[in-house]
Write a protein that binds this ligand. Structure first.
Ligand SMILES: N[C@@H](CCC(=O)N[C@@H](CS)C(=O)NCC(=O)O)C(=O)O
Length: 228
C-alpha cells in the first residue's frame, strides 16, 4: 500500500505527527504537496465539488479509495497497520484518547501566539498573546506535562510516544527557557524523547531533508517575549 499524505509543504504542523508514524514504520508514502503540482492536487481534494467527502483541512491521508482527515483519526486508523498500535479495541481507544488530548494541547500551543484569530498576524494580537502565553507557561503546560509524565507506559513504542516526542521537541523550540526550567520535573518525558529520536528510522528521518525545520509559520513558534 502506498499512502498519500496531504499537508502544507513548508511547515511541520499537524502533518508531522503523521509523518513521524510513516517514517518510523518505513512505510511507502508520498508527501504529496511537496511534489510538483502537489498543492493543486491537495486543493482539489478539499475544494472540488466533484469530491463528495471533502476534508475541511489538512492533514489528510489517502489510502486507496479512503480519504481520512483529522490527525488523531488518521493515526487511529493507520497505526495498527504500521505496527505502531495494537489491534485490540480497548488498547486502541486508550491510545486514541491520549492522542486527542495531545491535539487539545497542540491547540493551546497555537493559541499562545494566535489567541484571537488565526487569520490575524501575531503582531495584531500581541498583548493577548502575552497574557495567554503567561497562563500557558504557568498553568496549562505543567498540567499537560504532569498528566503525560505520570501515565504508565508499556515497553512498546506506539504512535502516541512518537507524538509526545514531537511535543517535547516543539516546546523546546518555542519555549526554550520555560522548558529548561520545567524539564527536571519530567524525567520520563525527557527520556522518552531521547529514546524515540534514537530509533534508527526516525534518526535517519530527523537528519534528512524530509524533516522540515521548525519555523515561524508553524504551530510551534519562537517569540522570546512569550517565553519569559
Ligand atoms: N482538528 C484538525 C485540525 C486541522 C487543522 O486545523 N489544520 C490546519 C493546519 S495544521 C489548517 O490548515 N486549517 C485550516 C482552517 O482551519 O481553516 C486536526 O487535528 O487534524
Amino acid at each position: 500500500m502506498r499512502y498519500e499524505l496531504y499537508y502544507w509543504p513548508s511547515i511541520q504542523g499537524r502533518g508531522e505527527f503523521i509523518r513521524l508514524a510513516l517514517e518510523d514504520a518505513g512505510a511507502d508514502y508520498v508527501d504529496v504537496a511537496r511534489r510538483p503540482k502537489g498543492m493543486q492536487a491537495m486543493m482539489h481534494l478539499m475544494q472540488s465539488r466533484s469530491v463528495k467527502k471533502r476534508p475541511f483541512a489538512p492533514p489528510f491521508l489517502r489510502a486507496g479509495e479512503l480519504v481520512i482527515a483529522q490527525t488523531a483519526m488518521i493515526l487511529h486508523w493507520l497505526a495498527p497497520r504500521l505496527g505502531l498500535a495494537p489491534k485490540a479495541e480497548a488498547a486502541r481507544l486508550w491510545l486514541h484518547q491520549q492522542q486527542l488530548t495531545i491535539a487539545d494541547w497542540l491547540v493551546e500551543v497555537h493559541d499562545t501566539h494566535h489567541p484571537i484569530a488565526s487569520g490575524l498576524y501575531y503582531e495584531d494580537q500581541k498583548p493577548e498573546s502575552l497574557r495567554r502565553a503567561q497562563d500557558f507557561r504557568g498553568e496549562r503546560l505543567p498540567k499537560y506535562l504532569d498528566y503525560f509524565e505520570r501515565l504508565e507506559r508499556g515497553k512498546n513504542i506506539s504512535y502516541v510516544e512518537l507524538s509526545l516526542f514531537q511535543m517535547t521537541a516543539g516546546l523546546r523550540y518555542a519555549f526554550p527557557l520555560t522548558m529548561v526550567a520545567l524539564e527536571p520535573r519530567y524525567p520520563k518525558l525527557v527520556a522518552l524523547h531521547d529514546r524515540v529520536m534514537q530509533r534508527p528510522r526516525l534518526a535517519a528521518y530527523l537528519a534528512s531533508k524530509r524533516r522540515i525545520a521548525f519555523n515561524q509559520q508553524g504551530i510551534f513558534r519562537r517569540y522570546p517575549e512569550l517565553d519569559r
